[in-house]
Each structure stands twice: as structure tokens, then as C-alpha cells.
Design a protein around this ligand. Structure first.
Ligand code: HEM
Ligand code: NAG
Length: 478
């Protein structure tokens, strides 16, 4: 009996000791690989890592660790050992020079809810192939033809704001989703398209919820109901198109037609995940950008006056009030508005970082980036660093009269995965600003300070404003 007890005791001790040693052994094994060492940094608390610190400190998380460890440091975030990069050189290395060794990933909640079969997360070859086709509908030449459609969406939204108090973020989400929808699922029966829009809004709301999968939570509803509903609706649209036998130049059409090198078509699940991820990427980001732009214009009355004057000049050149905007108006006649958007994206850092998985062990300047670890290319930290921007905390659109130093301005990412929708985002923002500043004035309501990460960076509370039509007494002319 006693002997048995001793054996059990020894076995238990061994198991516990090994469990305790494992992380240490793991680290030793890693650091002995090719004599490389891991970047400095702290892995934080067991299980939680440093996710809570990031959540509480945000920009300060990057600056404090950068001061202590340098611009490449290790940490543990979102359930994975990770390396954070806050230097333009290292960012260039990961995003531009070695794309095959760093695979794009979405945050766990996004992959789980919106889909992990998105083309960006696939192998480099598969990604490049699909990206080439998907770019078509989002190229400037194609976008040019839909200026009047976007304008109609913007003006009808603005019309509905008159004499009301609205939450810009919520309104901008509808607008951005409708715009993205035209490129992604352009042709579809009315009912299916409306319902798909609603299902997507619910699904995407789940992305900013707390990921607790028990009945009653937003997350559970998004995962169980909205995702299923969205996929079923997409299937209806796909069947409808197959019956129609007419080619459609939108992204769904491209996804339905493309084949890989072996002649295989995408599976229905791949089509769903790509459509839903695209709608997600095109929707929350542009909506946040629009909301921040309005906030900065509200905070800077002189700037608002100058932006309005720029748009008045464009309108005055038109023969009738109704004449719609032309591509040349947008490209050549809105330099100040374009700088305002650039500065908005720099200072608001809507997308905080680009997320990657290390595909194989990589060496960078004597450091080991171990296979399986995650990389956060934190361009938000670069945008907020006084080494690259004087008075980085100050909104100053004039700074973009001079081009920023190479690789220091990357709100849309860089390299193989650089945002496919950046031209569209600019277009929908500029068209909105044109009509908004020309025809409306507004006051912010309540406390407008603070912001939150959902996980896109947005003003807290969504920036409510009371809107009225602009009158003769609001600045000169009208
Ligand atoms: C102001 C608004 C936007 C911002 C700040 C933004 C930001 C970004 C960033 C930082 C990336 C790179 C991600 C990475 O490398 O991991 C990205 C990728 C992407 N964005 Fe955007 N985006 C915006 C609007 C849009 C819109 C309107 C669309 C389209 C409908 C869109 C579609 C995409 C797609 C498809 C990718 C993935 C490209 C790839 O992996 O090859 N984005 N975006
Ligand atoms: C804004 O930036 C410009 C160009 O960098 C600079 O000349 C100007 O002094 C800045 N304005 C303020 C108020 O800091």
C-alpha cells in the first residue's frame, strides 16, 4: 500500500515538475535555434498574457514597452505568443519583403464570426491569384462609373438627418455597408439584398461584443442566427444568378467564376466567408473614418470653413445645382479635403495594427520570430511617434503638404495585403464631405471625448450631433 502511494506521489511530482518546466524548456529550445534570441519583452500573466494591459493602456501600451524594450518586443496577446513591431523598417520587412513567411490572420473573434476561409488568410499563391481578380470592381476606372450611385446614397442619408439628432457612427455604418454592398453583391433580388444587409449588420455587431458563447449574448446570436441567415441568403442569391446565367461584374460574380490552378471552383463556404469578410472590412472601417472626420471638423471651426470653401468653389463651377460630381472634381479639386482625410486616418488609427502568423522560423536582425507566433505590425504606434511626426497628438492637415517619410504612413497597411478598398473608402468619404459641408451645419451633443476599440477604433458613443440645413448666416455665401 505504502509503496503504491509513493509511486503515485513520485509520478504526480514528475508531472507537475514537467508542466512547470515546459515553458522554460520551450524558451530554451527556441533560443538555441541557430543561436538566435527572442526579442525582449514580457509575456504577462499566464493565460491572459498582456491582452488586459493592451485593453486598458492602448497607445500607452506601445509607447511604454517601446521605451523599455525597443521597437521589436515580445508579448502575449489574444491567446498567442506575439511580437509587436513599432518600427517602419521592421514593418517593411514583414509586410513587403517576406510576405510568404508571414501569413495574414484576422483577430480570433473576426475569424470565428465572419469566417476563416477569407482569401487573405490563404497561402501566398492562392491569395495573389484571387486578389488580382477581386481588384477589378474596386479599381479607380470602375469606381468612376459609380460616383453618382454613391452620391445618391449620401444625399438621401443626409436628407434624413435634417432637424434631427443622429448618431453619426450608426448612420455611417448603414451608408458604408450600402456602398460596399454594391461592389460585393451588386445584382440580387431586392428582398434577399435587404435581408442580407440586415443579417450582416447583426453579424458585424457580434464582432464588437464580448465573445461569450452562451444563449442570450450578442455573440451567441451573431454566431448562431446571423451567420446562418446570411449564408442562406447568399445561397439564394447564388442560385438566382445561376438561373439567370448572366455575368455580373461584382465581387460575388468573380468569386462564383474563379477557379484555382487545378480548375477547382470555390466551395460555397469559401464564397460565404469571402463575401462576409469583405463586407465587414468595407463597413466598420469606412464608418469609423467618416465619424472621426466629422469630429475633427467639429473641433476645428476654421478648418470646417476652409473645407466648405473648397467645396463651394467646385459647386460654383457647375452650371446647375443638380449636376453631379465628376471624377476630376474629386481627384483634382479637393486637395484640402484629401489632406483632412489623411490626417484623420493618421491620428485616429482606425485599424490599430496588421496581424500576421509566422509560417516558418524567421530571423530578423539577430532576433528569432518563431514559427506559430503572431506578429502585430502596429502602424498606429508609428503614426503617433514624434520621431516621424512633429506634435503627433495634434490634428494638423497641413503636415500632408509634404509627403511623409517612407513607410511611416500606412493606415491601409502595405505590401501584398494593402487595403483593396482604399480608393473606394476615399471616394465615399469625399462625396459625403462635399454634400455635408456645403448643405448642413451641426452641433455635437453630450460628452464627445473618449474612444473605444470595437475592435475598430471609434469615438465613444458614436458622436451624436443635431443637424440642420446650412443657412446664409453660416459662414459666407451658400
Ligand atoms: C478608411 C477605411 C479603411 C481602412 C482604414 C482600411 C484598412 C485596411 C488595412 C490596414 C488593411 C491591411 C490588413 C493587413 O495587412 O493585415 C486592409 C485590407 C483590406 N481592406 Fe481595407 N480599410 C478601409 C476600407 C476598406 C473598404 C471600403 C474595403 C472594401 C470594400 C476594404 C477592403 C479590404 C480588403 C479586401 C483587404 C484585404 C486585402 C488583402 O488581404 O489582400 N477596406 N484594410
Ligand atoms: C502644421 O504643420 C505645418 C507643416 O508641417 C507647420 O508649418 C505648422 O506650423 C503646423 N501648425 C501648427 C498649428 O502646429
Amino acid at each position: 500500500m505504502e509503496k503504491e502511494g509513493q509511486v503515485v506521489w513520485v509520478v504526480v511530482s514528475l508531472v507537475v515538475a514537467t508542466a512547470l518546466m515546459l515553458p522554460l524548456l520551450h524558451r530554451l529550445r527556441l533560443s538555441s535555434r541557430r543561436g538566435l534570441r527572442l526579442p525582449p519583452g514580457s509575456m504577462g500573466l499566464f493565460f491572459f498574457g498582456e491582452s488586459l494591459s493592451l485593453k486598458c493602456q492602448r497607445m500607452n501600451f506601445y509607447t511604454s514597452r517601446e521605451k523599455r524594450y525597443g521597437k521589436v518586443f515580445k508579448t502575449h496577446l489574444f491567446g498567442h505568443p506575439s511580437i509587436v513591431i513599432t518600427s517602419p523598417d521592421a514593418a517593411q520587412f514583414v509586410l513587403l519583403e517576406q510576405p510568404a513567411r508571414f501569413k495574414q490572420r484576422g483577430l480570433p473573434i473576426i475569424e470565428k464570426l465572419v469566417g476563416d476561409l477569407f482569401f487573405g488568410y490563404q497561402t501566398q499563391r492562392k491569395h495573389a491569384r484571387l486578389r488580382k481578380f477581386m481588384h477589378g470592381p474596386l479599381l479607380p476606372e470602375t469606381l468612376e462609373n459609380s460616383i453618382s450611385d454613391i452620391e445618391a446614397l449620401a444625399t438621401s442619408m443626409l436628407h434624413s438627418w435634417e432637424l434631427k439628432t443622429i448618431n453619426i457612427l450608426e448612420e455611417a455604418k448603414h451608408y458604408a455597408l450600402k456602398v460596399a454592398m454594391e461592389y460585393v453583391v451588386g445584382a440580387a433580388p431586392h428582398y434577399e439584398k435587404e435581408e442580407l444587409t440586415k443579417a450582416c449588420e447583426h453579424l458585424i455587431r457580434g464582432v464588437s461584443s464580448i465573445p461569450v458563447n452562451i444563449p442570450g449574448t450578442h455573440y451567441h446570436k451573431a454566431l448562431k442566427d446571423s451567420k446562418k441567415k446570411a449564408c442562406a441568403l447568399l445561397e439564394n442569391i447564388v442560385s438566382w444568378r445561376q438561373l439567370e446565367k448572366r455575368p455580373h461584374g461584382d465581387i460575388l460574380g468573380i468569386l462564383m467564376d474563379t477557379q484555382d490552378e487545378d480548375g477547382c471552383k470555390l466551395t460555397p463556404n469559401e464564397i460565404h466567408d469571402n463575401v462576409l469578410t469583405l463586407l465587414y472590412l468595407g463597413h466598420d472601417t469606412a464608418a469609423a473614418a467618416l465619424t472621426w472626420a466629422v469630429k475633427y471638423l467639429t473641433d476645428n471651426p476654421k478648418l470646417l470653413e476652409d473645407v466648405t470653401a473648397e467645396h463651394e468653389t467646385i459647386r460654383q463651377k457647375k452650371t446647375s445645382q443638380d449636376e453631379t460630381l465628376m471624377w476630376s472634381d474629386i481627384k483634382d479639386q479637393m486637395p484640402l479635403s484629401i489632406r483632412v482625410i489623411k490626417e484623420t486616418l493618421r491620428i485616429a488609427n482606425i485599424v490599430e495594427f496588421c496581424y500576421r502568423e509566422v509560417v516558418e522560423d524567421v530571423e530578423y536582425k539577430g532576433y528569432l520570430f518563431p514559427k506559430g507566433w503572431r506578429i502585430l505590425v502596429a502602424h498606429s504606434a508609428v503614426h503617433s511617434n514624434s520621431e516621424y511626426y512633429t506634435n503627433p497628438g495634434e490634428f494638423n492637415s497641413s503636415r500632408f503638404k509634404i509627403a511623409p517619410k517612407p513607410y511611416t504612413y500606412t493606415p491601409f497597411g502595405n505590401g501584398a495585403h494593402v487595403c483593396l478598398g482604399r480608393e473606394l473608402a476615399n471616394l465615399e468619404l469625399l462625396i459625403f464631405l462635399h454634400h455635408f459641408t456645403l448643405n448642413y451645419r451641426w452641433e455635437s451633443i453630450g460628452d464627445t471625448d473618449g474612444s473605444e476599440y470595437a475592435p475598430i477604433h471609434v469615438p465613444k458613443g458614436g458622436f451624436p450631433i443635431a443637424v440642420r440645413r446650412r443657412s446664409m448666416t453660416d459662414g459666407k455665401g451658400s
